[in-house]
Design a protein. Structure first.
Length: 165
């Protein structure tokens, strides 16, 4: 079964067969170009290689894909493991945070919490270099005019290399 003619049948019968073949080829190429143009028009930054910044604001961004594999955290039903608290002699500051009133503000608070929740923070102090200076005098002998200098102390050399002060 052949394709229907691209123009009305009575008019198609008046066209010579060689011209019909040329017209069919031309119509097929034009239809292919139209299909390619429609495909290009349907592309945007979400379904092509164009960057998302090139799309209009109305284009909704695709939500991030869920991470594959296991969920975060320990196995369900197992006990929690918390880091151990630093010994009290190594604590440099303690802040007692006690509420002064209830959230609703209607009643006074009384009593003590026997086991308050504890949070520990660790801070690394800024590193400051410890600078030292030594003055090495060069002296001239009055009698023979020779020069003499003292050596740099060994403890200052060790200190400069990161050793003991």
């Amino acid at each position: 079964m052949s394709e229907p003619p691209p123009i009305p049948e009575p008019l198609w019968q008046t066209v010579p067969p060689e011209a019909q073949a040329a017209l069919r080829a031309r119509f097929e190429s034009l239809e292919q170009r139209i299909a390619e143009s429609d495909e290009q028009l349907g592309k945007n930054s979400t379904n092509s290689s164009r960057p998302s910044s090139s799309g209009p604001p109305s284009v909704k961004r695709r939500p991030p894909a869920p991470a594959p594999g296991r969920k975060r955290g320990g196995e369900f039903g197992h006990r929690h493991h918390f880091p151990s608290l630093v010994p009290p002699e190594r604590i440099w500051q303690v802040l007692e945070c006690r509420p002064s009133h209830r959230r609703c503000g209607s009643h006074e608070l009384r009593g003590d919490d026997p086991e308050p929740r504890r949070h520990q923070d660790a801070e690394v102090p800024p590193i400051e270099p410890a600078s030292g200076r030594s003055a090495n005098w060069l002296m001239t002998s009055a009698g023979c005019y020779s020069h003499s200098a003292c050596e740099r102390p060994a403890e200052r050399i060790l200190s400069a290399l990161g050793g003991v002060n």
